[in-house]
Ligand binder design. Structure first.
Ligand SMILES: [Zn+2]
Length: 482
C-alpha cells in the first residue's frame, strides 16, 4: 500500500544525489528526528548450531494436501539432512524431540512487507525499528520476508547479519524503493510525513520514471543495488493523483525481464491489474480494491495465472481505523510496542479528522472506507475463477503490524472461504515460487533450508494451531519466544 518514510536511512540515498546540500540537510535531519520505538526483540536463539532430530513426526510438505506420516527428520548445519522411516545415526550433541501427533511444516513466508515501517498512526510518525520488526516476524513463525519497498543498503546489511547468525530474523529478499511516476503513490502520503524542506523534495528522493527510454538505466541501477526483483506502483492514492501510464509499465517490465528480474506491481483498480498483466507483470502486490471487477476482468486475471497478494487485513485495518472500530488482536498486544498501539485505543473518526496536514491520508482512508465492500466482492469472483492468492501483509502500516498481522490475514482468508490447506500452501510453497524458480525454502524435503515449524496437531484441520508452534526453526536454529 504505502510505506513510512525512514528519514535518516533515506538520507544516504539523497547524499549520493545532492552532495552540496549535505550540510544543510544534516541539521534538518537532527531537527526532524521522529521518536523511535524502544522495545527489545521478542525472540532469541535457544541453542547455538546444534543439530535437531524430530522423531515420529507427520509432515505437511507445503504442497501436498495429505500429511506424510511418521517420519524421522534430521536437521544438520541448517539444512534438512534426511527424512527417513528408521531413526538415523546422528551427531552426539543432537537435540532430539518426539514428534508424535505433531506436524512439521515449512516456515511461513510474508510476501509483502516494509521492514522500516513502525505501524504508528500518521500523525504520531514513529520511526520503525527494523531489528525489532525482524524479531516479531520470527516470533510469528515467519522465516522469510519479501520487502516490497525499503532502502537497499539497510536491507542488505540486515540480510547479511541474519545469514551470518548474528541475530535472529527471517531471511530477507528485497527490491529497494518501488518505481513510480512524479506525484504518484507513495509520494503524496510521504510528503505529509516529512518536514520542510524534505517534504518539498520527495519527487527527487523517490525513483520516478518520466519516459520509456529511462527504464533500462533504472533497472541497471537497481541491479547494482543487489535487488531480488523489481516493484512498480500503478495506483491512484489519494484519488486524483497521477497513475503510471501503460507504456512506462510495459517498458519497465520488459527491461526488468531482460535483466533477469521478476516484477511485482502494486495495483488498485481493475484497470491497473489489467494494464499490469498486459505489460507482463509477474505478481500483483495487492487485491483489487478501487473498483468492482466484471466477470470478464476476473476471468482475464485468472487466465493470466499471475498470482495476487491480496493484503486483505491491511485494507480492513485501514477501514477499521477510519471508522474508529479498530481492535488490536491478542498477538498485536504481545508484539507491538505500547507507544505504537496505545493511540489506536483512543482513535475515533473525529480524531482522524481533527489532525491537520494529513489531507492525502484522510482522502486515502476515506477512499478505502467507501470502497470497502469491493474487496470481498472481487475476492469471491477471483477465487471462483481460480486466481492464485498469495499471503502477504503489507506490514508495518497503521494497524498492520509485523508478524501478528499475518495471523489476521490468514483468519480473514479463511473467513472469506479459503481452506486451511489453500492458505498454508499459499503461505509456504506458493509464496516460495513467487519470483524464484528453484527456491531452497518453503518445502519440506532433503537439502532444503531447515526453516520449519513444529505444530501440535494438524494445522490442515485447525489453522489456528499455527499461532502457537512448539518449535520455530530458522536455518536449523531453534528460536525461543520471549
Ligand atoms: Zn506495500
Amino acid at each position: 500500500m504505502f510505506f513510512q518514510f525512514n528519514v535518516s536511512v533515506n538520507f544516504n540515498e539523497m547524499m549520493r544525489k545532492h552532495k552540496k546540500i549535505i550540510g544543510l540537510l544534516l541539521s534538518i535531519i537532527v531537527l526532524s528526528c521522529t521518536p523511535r520505538v524502544s522495545k527489545e526483540g521478542m525472540v532469541s536463539f535457544e541453542k547455538d548450531y546444534v543439530d535437531v532430530l524430530i522423531r515420529n513426526v507427520n509432515i505437511f510438505n507445503g504442497t501436498d494436501s495429505m500429511l506424510i506420516k511418521n517420519k524421522h527428520v534430521y536437521l544438520k548445519k541448517g539444512l534438512i539432512q534426511s527424512i527417513s522411516d528408521s531413526v538415523p545415526i546422528t551427531s552426539k550433541e543432537v537435540y532430539s524431540i518426539d514428534g508424535t501427533d505433531k506436524t512439521l511444516m515449512p516456515g511461513l513466508i510474508d510476501a509483502h512487507v516494509h521492514l522500516s515501517g513502525s505501524g504508528s498512526l500518521p500523525w504520531d510518525n514513529y520511526k520503525g525499528n527494523e531489528a525489532y520488526n525482524l524479531s516479531a516476524y520470527l516470533y510469528s513463525g515467519i522465516t522469510t520476508i519479501y520487502d516490497l519497498g525499503g532502502i537497499s543498503t539497510s536491507l542488505e546489511s540486515f540480510k547479511k547479519k541474519i545469514a551470518q547468525g548474528k541475530f535472529p530474523g527471517p531471511d530477507i529478499f528485497h527490491t529497494h524503493i518501488p518505481i513510480t511516476v512524479k506525484n504518484s503513490h507513495p509520494i503524496p502520503l510521504t510528503k505529509e510525513l516529512l518536514y520542510w524542506p524534505l517534504n518539498k523534495m520527495v519527487n527527487i528522493i523517490y525513483t520516478t520514471i518520466n519516459k520509456p527510454e529511462e527504464a533500462k538505466n533504472l533497472v541497471i541501477k537497481y541491479k547494482k543495488l543487489n535487488v531480488d526483483y523489481i516493484k512498480i506502483i500503478v495506483d491512484e492514492i489519494p484519488p486524483g493523483s497521477p497513475q503510471m501510464p501503460f507504456d512506462l509499465i510495459k517498458e519497465l517490465v520488459k527491461e526488468s525481464h531482460l535483466a533477469g528480474f521478476k516484477v511485482f506491481v502494486h495495483v488498485g483498480s481493475p484497470q491497473n491489474a489489467i494494464d499490469a498483466i498486459n505489460a507482463g507483470a509477474d505478481v500483483l502486490a495487492h487485491g483489487i480494491w478501487r473498483g468492482k471487477l466484471t466477470h470478464e476482468q476476473a476471468q482475464f486475471i485468472a487466465d493470466s495465472k499471475v498470482p495476487m497478494i491480496y493484503t486483505l487485513a491491511a485494507f480492513n485495518n485501514v477501514n477499521d481505523i477510519r471508522k474508529g472500530t479498530f481492535v488490536p488482536s491478542h498477538f498485536d498486544s504481545i508484539l507491538v510496542p505500547m507507544e505504537i498501539l496505545k493511540p489506536l485505543f483512543f482513535q475515533s473518526t473525529n480524531t482522524f479528522y481533527s489532525h491537520k496536514n494529513i489531507n492525502a491520508f484522510s482522502a486515502f482512508f476515506d477512499d478505502v472506507a467507501s470502497k470497502h465492500s469491493f474487496l470481498k466482492y472481487n475476492f469471491d469472483l477471483l477465487t471462483q475463477k481460480g486466481v492464485k492468492i498469495s499471503i502477504g501483509t503489507d506490514s508495518s502500516l497503521p494497524g498492520t503490524y509485523a508478524g501478528s498481522n499475518y495471523y489476521r490475514e490468514m483468519e480473514l482468508l479463511q473467513e472469506y472461504g479459503l481452506s486451511p490447506y489453500q492458505i498454508l500452501k499459499g503461505a509456504t510453497f506458493g509464496n516460495s515460487k513467487l519470483f524464484l524458480d528453484k527456491p531452497d525454502f518453503g518445502f519440506v524435503d532433503v537439502n532444503y533450508k531447515a526453516d520449519l515449524l513444529l505444530i501440535n496437531g494438524n494445522p490442515l484441520e485447525r489453522l489456528d494451531l499455527v499461532k502457537n508452534p512448539e518449535l520455530i526453526i530458522s536455518r536449523g536454529r531453534l528460536v525461543k519466544r520471549k
